[in-house]
Write a protein that binds this ligand. Structure first.
Ligand code: HPA
Length: 278
């Protein structure tokens, strides 16, 4: 929940001011390097890296598989500000905390946000290791980062969600996939809190709800980005097959291994999209 107006504004301002000193405010493209985009971090020509604990108000990443730092630099000639490591509701953070970095990026002038995540595939045509362009989402987290007072300077009380994932960015991703000969699925991402994976009954339900994949991130960040008027692109790596009638036990190491294998391809596609923004 957004804290009271003055607190919300001053927290974001303090973090943005501190970062402006370190990395400037020239980046128009923000990247959230979730599971599956680690390889993209290596391709950024970093000018400055800032650990989260050096940014006032930033939460700290508690998940071992996630770093906790901001990277400012250029990617394919485009100035970017990248978050290596993100925050999740399952870590105990509020939706406000999870999305705080997106508010800060917007305060620094970021206009386009590129996001990756790992997700379980429920569409029976999907296979482990596939990549999916997120075309729409369902928020089943029971939390929303926009509850509480609305900061009108950031965006409207009732933001539109008719097309959260930017058509032009999706076209650029599709074109990049075609050019590289990489199969790219397109589908709906449903967000749950986690941290446990779903039961068979839950996968069956989520599939019937109309989702193709399920994950524990992204949606709060997208809601805040859209509130602020940022253009958004999100891509998922399918890390496990969630077919209720043929479900196999899966553990996090297998999920991370699948994400790791798909990483170079996802990073290449994201890089192509960034290049198209030059
Ligand atoms: N469920 C929820 N989140 C996930 C999954 C899943 O099966 N796989 C990767 N992230």
């Amino acid at each position: 929940m957004t804290p009271d107006l003055d607190t919300a504004l001053s927290q974001v301002q303090a973090a943005a001011d501190a970062l402006r000193q370190r990395v400037g405010d020239g980046a128009r493209v923000g990247v959230i390097l979730g599971t599956g985009l680690g390889a993209l971090a290596d391709q950024i020509e970093a000018r400055e890296t800032v650990p989260y604990d050096e940014v006032p108000g930033f939460p700290l990443s508690t998940v071992e598989s996630h770093y906790g730092r901001l990277i400012a630099g250029t990617l394919r000639g485009v100035e970017v500000l990248a978050m290596q490591g993100r925050f999740h509701l399952y870590e105990g953070y509020s939706a406000w905390q999870v999305t705080f970095p997106v508010r800060v990026m917007a305060a620094l002038g970021v206009e386009t946000l590129l996001i990756s995540n790992a997700a379980g595939g429920m569409n029976p045509l999907y296979r482990r290791g596939d990549l999916m362009l997120v075309t729409d989402h369902i928020n089943l987290q029971g939390a929303n980062p926009l509850t509480g007072p609305n900061v009108d300077a950031w965006g409207p009380r009732f933001p539109d969600m008719s097309e959260p994932y930017d058509r032009g960015l999706r076209d650029a991703a599709e074109a990049a996939a075609l050019e590289r000969g990489v199969p790219l699925r397109q589908g709906v991402y449903v967000a749950v809190v986690g941290p446990n994976l779903e039961t068979r009954a839950e996968y069956r339900l989520l599939r019937q709800f109309g989702a193709d994949v399920v994950g524990m991130s992204t949606v709060p960040e997208v809601i805040v980005a859209r509130h602020q008027g940022l253009r958004v692109l999100a891509m998922s790596v399918i890390t496990d097959e969630c077919f209720p009638d043929a479900l196999e036990p899966v553990d996090i190491t297998e999920i991370l291994a699948a994400a790791g294998q798909a990483e170079p391809t996802l990073a290449a596609l994201m890089g192509d999209v960034v290049e198209s923004l030059a």
